[in-house]
Design a protein around this ligand. Sequence first.
Ligand code: ADP
Ligand code: ADP
Length: 233
Amino acid sequence: MITVQQLSKSYSTTKGATIQALDGIDLHIDRGDIFGIIGFSGAGKSTLIRCLNRLEEPDTGSIIVGGQDIMLLKGKELRQARQKIGMIFQQFNLLDSRTVFGNVAFPLEVAGKSKAEIRDRVTDILELVQLSDKAGMYPSQLSGGQKQRVGIARALANDPDVLLSDEATSALDPETTHSILELMKDINRKLKLTIVLITHELDVLQHICNRMAVIEGGRIVETGTVDKFFIQP
Ligand code: ADP
Ligand code: ADP
Protein backbone atom coordinates (compact mmCIF):
# COMPACT_ATOMS: atom_id res chain seq x y z
CA MET A 1 0.00 0.00 0.00
CA ILE A 2 2.80 2.40 0.96
CA THR A 3 6.44 2.11 -0.07
CA VAL A 4 8.91 4.74 1.02
CA GLN A 5 12.37 4.70 -0.53
CA GLN A 6 15.41 6.70 0.45
CA LEU A 7 13.38 9.50 1.97
CA SER A 8 15.46 12.34 3.36
CA LYS A 9 14.59 15.70 4.82
CA SER A 10 16.73 18.35 6.48
CA TYR A 11 15.83 21.60 8.18
CA SER A 12 17.89 24.76 8.31
CA THR A 13 17.85 26.42 11.69
CA THR A 14 17.76 30.17 12.21
CA LYS A 15 21.41 29.94 13.29
CA GLY A 16 22.41 28.56 9.90
CA ALA A 17 22.93 24.94 11.00
CA THR A 18 21.40 21.97 9.19
CA ILE A 19 19.42 19.26 10.98
CA GLN A 20 19.06 15.95 9.15
CA ALA A 21 15.58 15.01 10.40
CA LEU A 22 15.19 12.02 8.03
CA ASP A 23 18.22 10.22 6.63
CA GLY A 24 17.41 7.64 3.93
CA ILE A 25 14.17 6.12 5.23
CA ASP A 26 12.98 2.86 3.58
CA LEU A 27 9.62 1.50 4.67
CA HIS A 28 6.99 -0.88 3.36
CA ILE A 29 3.45 -0.95 4.69
CA ASP A 30 0.93 -3.51 3.46
CA ARG A 31 -2.74 -2.85 2.75
CA GLY A 32 -4.75 -3.41 5.94
CA ASP A 33 -1.77 -3.01 8.28
CA ILE A 34 -1.93 -1.04 11.46
CA PHE A 35 1.68 0.07 11.27
CA GLY A 36 3.31 1.80 14.24
CA ILE A 37 6.41 3.97 14.10
CA ILE A 38 7.98 4.44 17.51
CA GLY A 39 10.91 6.54 18.68
CA PHE A 40 12.05 9.07 21.23
CA SER A 41 11.40 12.78 20.97
CA GLY A 42 13.39 14.29 18.09
CA ALA A 43 13.83 10.94 16.29
CA GLY A 44 11.98 12.18 13.19
CA LYS A 45 8.54 10.57 13.66
CA SER A 46 6.52 13.68 13.05
CA THR A 47 8.57 14.72 10.03
CA LEU A 48 8.19 11.23 8.56
CA ILE A 49 4.42 10.97 8.92
CA ARG A 50 3.94 14.53 7.63
CA CYS A 51 5.99 13.66 4.56
CA LEU A 52 3.60 10.78 3.76
CA ASN A 53 0.94 13.24 2.61
CA ARG A 54 3.43 16.01 1.82
CA LEU A 55 2.34 18.32 4.60
CA GLU A 56 6.12 18.43 4.85
CA GLU A 57 8.17 18.60 1.66
CA PRO A 58 10.92 15.93 1.57
CA ASP A 59 14.29 16.75 -0.02
CA THR A 60 14.67 13.45 -1.87
CA GLY A 61 13.12 9.99 -2.11
CA SER A 62 9.92 8.40 -3.34
CA ILE A 63 6.62 7.76 -1.58
CA ILE A 64 4.38 5.31 -3.39
CA VAL A 65 0.82 5.27 -2.05
CA GLY A 66 -1.60 2.91 -3.78
CA GLY A 67 0.68 2.60 -6.80
CA GLN A 68 1.18 6.34 -7.26
CA ASP A 69 4.39 8.23 -6.44
CA ILE A 70 2.99 11.20 -4.59
CA MET A 71 6.36 12.96 -4.79
CA LEU A 72 5.69 13.48 -8.50
CA LEU A 73 2.25 15.03 -8.06
CA LYS A 74 1.30 18.68 -7.91
CA GLY A 75 -1.76 20.91 -7.96
CA LYS A 76 -5.07 19.16 -8.50
CA GLU A 77 -3.52 15.67 -8.68
CA LEU A 78 -1.84 16.13 -5.32
CA ARG A 79 -5.06 17.42 -3.75
CA GLN A 80 -6.95 14.38 -5.06
CA ALA A 81 -4.30 11.98 -3.77
CA ARG A 82 -4.43 13.70 -0.37
CA GLN A 83 -8.17 13.13 -0.16
CA LYS A 84 -7.39 9.41 -0.05
CA ILE A 85 -5.00 9.93 2.88
CA GLY A 86 -6.82 11.03 6.05
CA MET A 87 -4.92 12.40 9.02
CA ILE A 88 -5.57 12.85 12.74
CA PHE A 89 -3.55 14.96 15.19
CA GLN A 90 -2.58 15.09 18.85
CA GLN A 91 -4.30 18.47 19.29
CA PHE A 92 -7.28 17.40 17.13
CA ASN A 93 -7.00 20.51 14.88
CA LEU A 94 -10.76 21.05 14.72
CA LEU A 95 -12.40 24.22 13.44
CA ASP A 96 -13.74 25.86 16.62
CA SER A 97 -16.28 28.00 14.76
CA ARG A 98 -17.96 24.95 13.23
CA THR A 99 -20.17 22.35 14.82
CA VAL A 100 -19.28 18.66 14.83
CA PHE A 101 -21.35 18.27 11.66
CA GLY A 102 -19.61 21.26 10.08
CA ASN A 103 -16.16 19.91 10.86
CA VAL A 104 -16.88 16.57 9.25
CA ALA A 105 -18.60 18.26 6.30
CA PHE A 106 -15.59 20.51 5.65
CA PRO A 107 -13.41 18.12 3.58
CA LEU A 108 -16.49 17.09 1.59
CA GLU A 109 -17.24 20.74 0.79
CA VAL A 110 -13.65 21.21 -0.32
CA ALA A 111 -14.01 18.13 -2.54
CA GLY A 112 -17.07 19.73 -4.16
CA LYS A 113 -19.70 17.23 -2.98
CA SER A 114 -23.41 18.15 -3.18
CA LYS A 115 -25.41 19.17 -0.10
CA ALA A 116 -27.38 15.91 -0.16
CA GLU A 117 -24.23 13.79 -0.48
CA ILE A 118 -22.62 15.70 2.39
CA ARG A 119 -25.65 15.26 4.63
CA ASP A 120 -25.79 11.49 4.02
CA ARG A 121 -22.08 10.94 4.36
CA VAL A 122 -21.70 13.00 7.56
CA THR A 123 -24.69 11.23 9.10
CA ASP A 124 -23.19 7.81 8.34
CA ILE A 125 -19.73 8.64 9.65
CA LEU A 126 -21.00 10.26 12.84
CA GLU A 127 -22.87 7.04 13.48
CA LEU A 128 -19.70 5.02 12.90
CA VAL A 129 -17.77 7.06 15.48
CA GLN A 130 -20.79 7.15 17.82
CA LEU A 131 -21.28 10.90 17.82
CA SER A 132 -24.70 11.17 16.16
CA ASP A 133 -26.12 12.90 19.22
CA LYS A 134 -23.35 15.55 19.19
CA ALA A 135 -23.79 16.74 15.59
CA GLY A 136 -24.90 20.25 16.62
CA MET A 137 -22.30 20.82 19.32
CA TYR A 138 -19.14 22.90 19.04
CA PRO A 139 -15.66 21.50 19.81
CA SER A 140 -15.46 23.57 23.03
CA GLN A 141 -18.46 21.62 24.34
CA LEU A 142 -16.81 18.23 23.88
CA SER A 143 -14.43 16.12 25.93
CA GLY A 144 -10.99 15.25 24.52
CA GLY A 145 -12.11 11.79 23.45
CA GLN A 146 -15.14 13.20 21.69
CA LYS A 147 -12.96 15.76 19.91
CA GLN A 148 -10.71 13.01 18.62
CA ARG A 149 -13.77 11.08 17.41
CA VAL A 150 -14.67 14.18 15.40
CA GLY A 151 -11.08 14.26 14.10
CA ILE A 152 -11.40 10.65 13.01
CA ALA A 153 -14.79 11.28 11.39
CA ARG A 154 -13.36 14.23 9.46
CA ALA A 155 -10.36 12.17 8.36
CA LEU A 156 -12.71 9.46 7.06
CA ALA A 157 -15.07 11.81 5.24
CA ASN A 158 -13.62 11.31 1.77
CA ASP A 159 -13.40 7.53 2.21
CA PRO A 160 -9.58 7.35 2.32
CA ASP A 161 -7.42 4.27 1.79
CA VAL A 162 -4.95 5.34 4.46
CA LEU A 163 -5.29 6.99 7.86
CA LEU A 164 -2.23 8.74 9.31
CA SER A 165 -2.19 9.29 13.06
CA ASP A 166 0.22 11.87 14.51
CA GLU A 167 0.26 10.95 18.24
CA ALA A 168 -3.56 10.94 18.21
CA THR A 169 -3.93 9.67 21.78
CA SER A 170 -1.04 11.50 23.45
CA ALA A 171 -3.28 14.23 24.88
CA LEU A 172 -5.84 11.75 26.25
CA ASP A 173 -6.14 9.92 29.56
CA PRO A 174 -5.61 6.12 29.58
CA GLU A 175 -9.28 5.20 29.50
CA THR A 176 -10.06 7.56 26.61
CA THR A 177 -6.90 6.38 24.82
CA HIS A 178 -8.22 2.84 25.06
CA SER A 179 -11.57 3.75 23.50
CA ILE A 180 -9.93 5.71 20.65
CA LEU A 181 -7.55 2.82 19.90
CA GLU A 182 -10.51 0.43 19.87
CA LEU A 183 -12.28 2.74 17.43
CA MET A 184 -9.19 2.76 15.19
CA LYS A 185 -9.10 -1.04 15.27
CA ASP A 186 -12.77 -1.14 14.42
CA ILE A 187 -12.44 1.14 11.37
CA ASN A 188 -9.33 -0.73 10.23
CA ARG A 189 -11.44 -3.87 10.12
CA LYS A 190 -14.76 -2.48 8.89
CA LEU A 191 -13.39 -0.11 6.25
CA LYS A 192 -10.30 -2.16 5.30
CA LEU A 193 -8.33 0.98 6.03
CA THR A 194 -4.53 0.97 6.30
CA ILE A 195 -3.42 2.87 9.40
CA VAL A 196 0.02 4.40 9.96
CA LEU A 197 0.62 5.88 13.38
CA ILE A 198 3.49 7.48 15.22
CA THR A 199 3.84 7.21 18.96
CA HIS A 200 6.38 7.36 21.76
CA GLU A 201 4.32 4.90 23.83
CA LEU A 202 4.92 1.15 23.72
CA ASP A 203 1.39 0.53 25.07
CA VAL A 204 -0.14 2.05 21.96
CA LEU A 205 1.91 -0.21 19.68
CA GLN A 206 1.12 -3.29 21.70
CA HIS A 207 -2.56 -2.47 21.79
CA ILE A 208 -3.33 -2.09 18.09
CA CYS A 209 -0.38 -2.46 15.73
CA ASN A 210 0.50 -5.61 13.80
CA ARG A 211 3.75 -4.27 12.35
CA MET A 212 6.15 -1.62 13.54
CA ALA A 213 9.37 0.24 12.90
CA VAL A 214 11.75 1.91 15.32
CA ILE A 215 13.17 5.27 14.26
CA GLU A 216 16.33 6.79 15.73
CA GLY A 217 18.18 9.86 14.51
CA GLY A 218 16.17 9.94 11.27
CA ARG A 219 16.88 6.29 10.39
CA ILE A 220 14.80 3.13 10.67
CA VAL A 221 16.82 0.88 12.97
CA GLU A 222 14.37 -2.03 13.37
CA THR A 223 11.27 -3.23 11.57
CA GLY A 224 9.05 -6.28 11.88
CA THR A 225 5.93 -7.70 13.47
CA VAL A 226 4.90 -6.37 16.87
CA ASP A 227 4.94 -9.95 18.20
CA LYS A 228 8.61 -10.23 17.32
CA PHE A 229 9.36 -7.33 19.67
CA PHE A 230 7.07 -8.21 22.54
CA ILE A 231 6.99 -12.01 22.73
CA GLN A 232 10.29 -13.25 24.11
CA PRO A 233 11.38 -16.79 23.20
P1 ADP B 1 9.77 13.52 16.61
O1 ADP B 1 8.41 13.64 15.99
O2 ADP B 1 10.27 12.12 16.64
O3 ADP B 1 9.85 14.17 17.96
P2 ADP B 1 10.56 15.49 14.62
O4 ADP B 1 10.27 14.92 13.30
O5 ADP B 1 9.60 16.48 15.19
O6 ADP B 1 10.80 14.29 15.67
O7 ADP B 1 12.00 16.19 14.60
C1 ADP B 1 13.16 15.57 14.05
C2 ADP B 1 14.32 16.56 14.13
O8 ADP B 1 14.07 17.67 13.27
C3 ADP B 1 14.53 17.14 15.51
O9 ADP B 1 15.92 17.33 15.71
C4 ADP B 1 13.81 18.46 15.44
O10 ADP B 1 14.37 19.37 16.36
C5 ADP B 1 14.05 18.87 14.01
N1 ADP B 1 12.96 19.70 13.47
C6 ADP B 1 11.68 19.35 13.33
N2 ADP B 1 10.95 20.36 12.76
C7 ADP B 1 11.83 21.35 12.54
C8 ADP B 1 11.73 22.67 11.97
N3 ADP B 1 10.57 23.12 11.49
N4 ADP B 1 12.85 23.42 11.90
C9 ADP B 1 14.02 22.97 12.37
N5 ADP B 1 14.19 21.74 12.90
C10 ADP B 1 13.12 20.95 12.99
P1 ADP C 1 -16.23 12.43 29.02
O1 ADP C 1 -16.96 11.61 30.06
O2 ADP C 1 -16.24 11.80 27.67
O3 ADP C 1 -14.90 12.94 29.47
P2 ADP C 1 -17.31 14.95 29.79
O4 ADP C 1 -17.42 14.49 31.21
O5 ADP C 1 -16.36 16.02 29.44
O6 ADP C 1 -17.13 13.73 28.79
O7 ADP C 1 -18.72 15.42 29.33
C1 ADP C 1 -19.89 14.66 29.57
C2 ADP C 1 -20.99 15.11 28.61
O8 ADP C 1 -21.24 16.49 28.73
C3 ADP C 1 -20.60 14.86 27.19
O9 ADP C 1 -21.72 14.30 26.51
C4 ADP C 1 -20.26 16.23 26.63
O10 ADP C 1 -20.63 16.35 25.28
C5 ADP C 1 -21.09 17.15 27.48
N1 ADP C 1 -20.36 18.40 27.70
C6 ADP C 1 -19.10 18.53 28.14
N2 ADP C 1 -18.74 19.80 28.26
C7 ADP C 1 -19.84 20.53 27.85
C8 ADP C 1 -20.12 21.92 27.72
N3 ADP C 1 -19.23 22.88 28.03
N4 ADP C 1 -21.32 22.28 27.24
C9 ADP C 1 -22.23 21.37 26.92
N5 ADP C 1 -22.04 20.02 27.02
C10 ADP C 1 -20.87 19.62 27.49
